[in-house]
Ligand binder design. Sequence first.
Ligand SMILES: [Zn+2]
Ligand SMILES: [Zn+2]
Length: 343
Amino acid sequence: MLIGAHMSVAGGVHTAFARAESVGCTALQIFVKNASQWRAKPLEEEHARLFAEERSRTGIDRVVAHDSYLINLGTPDPELWQRSIDALVDELERCEALGLEGLVIHPGSHVGSGEAAGLKRIAQGLRKVLHRCRGFRCRVLLETTAGQGSNLGNRFEHLARIRDGSRSPDRIGFCLDTCHVFAAGYDLRTAEAVKETLDRFHAVCGLDRLGAIHLNDSLRPFASRRDRHAHIGEGEIGRKGFAGLLRDPRVADVPMILETPKGEGLKEDAKNLDLLRALASGRNPRRRPGLRSLEWRKGTLAGDRGRGTGKRGTRAKSKSRTRSKSGAPSKPPRRRASRPEKA
Ligand SMILES: [Zn+2]
Ligand SMILES: [Zn+2]
């Protein structure tokens, strides 16, 4: 089973492996540069060497990257569009140098230009990117989105259209984010619902093209088009849905990555991973008191969980703004990275 988490690369890209190893990851996602800045120092050769070394030492071979929050291939602004293309080329070059199998990207936002124009623009941008990165093995993985604001990618059809318009369909794969698709209106709350959603995905995009899955529960309700990640089993999707996904043989070889809130250290990742492994093996462990989100207690992640199940739910209600401290790519466009990383 390939289960891991998005890990910080503070101290160099290679440092992510030790973090991943300490909580038993078998897959990994990283940023290949600071995700909230355009500029970045070139990848140091020494770091790339250490990266390969750490990769083989830990045996964590399935590694993907996530692109910067600033990139928007769907923008009607020509300057930002060009900048996004250049930035994406730079990121793909880093991924290729590190031997990563995929770079997860958010398709983009149309910013008022309309869905059709936005999708066309994204495909056009990707054509340019892929042309400049001829011969690369690293694929671009288009991520499903919640459809917040003018974000595109909340329908599977969007992703398929972008792939088809890129003229290099073989170099495009997909990343399915559970929180995002659920918020976009694809149900995942039961094993049957998961099966149906995966069937729909397969019919439009192809499960054979699925290069990564992001495992996040959703703080917001079904079809809310709001992107707020919650700890596994503590959101609106719930344990049954994740158990169904983890046990579906069609995605057994797809790296599954947590992007749930983090506090100090990796305690939250460890708990989420323990629970995922239990669910995957058919167990449903009793909730321990400490499992509830530390982030909520600290008041950094607020929201009404509204589970309404009575015995499991305490309701944390607050009007303060939700903010992820994870450094994980949960809510890209307007999010201020609270802990910038340097690759
Ligand atoms: Zn994601
Ligand atoms: Zn993402």
